[in-house]
Write a protein of this length. Structure first.
Length: 90
């Protein structure tokens, strides 16, 4: 995705997002199969387990998002990009 963004290539970005979605589906299927085996074949319990795991991970990600410093990140990127531009001019 980073390469597609740096190249500003929409077809490459679409392909990468498609492959990312496919890999997520494979992981979800693996989780459901594993949890179904752990729950003695109860598919509903497997879905509940995967959903609970997703909610815990989502809440963890939401809590980490509060720690991000967007303004600081933008200032750092501006500083680094201006340094790169100065080096390319020299």
């Amino acid at each position: 995705m980073v390469w597609a963004g740096s190249e500003q290539s929409i077809p490459l970005l679409r392909a990468v997002i498609g492959l990312f979605g496919l890999s997520l589906e494979v992981c979800m299927n693996a989780c459901l199969t594993l949890l179904k085996a752990w729950n003695g074949g109860d598919l509903f319990a497997a879905y509940r387990g995967v959903f609970a795991l997703q909610m815990v991970c989502f809440l963890g990600a939401a809590l980490m998002m509060r720690r991000l410093d967007v303004v600081g990140f933008r200032n750092t990127v501006k500083t680094r990009s201006s340094a790169v531009m100065e080096m390319s001019v020299d």
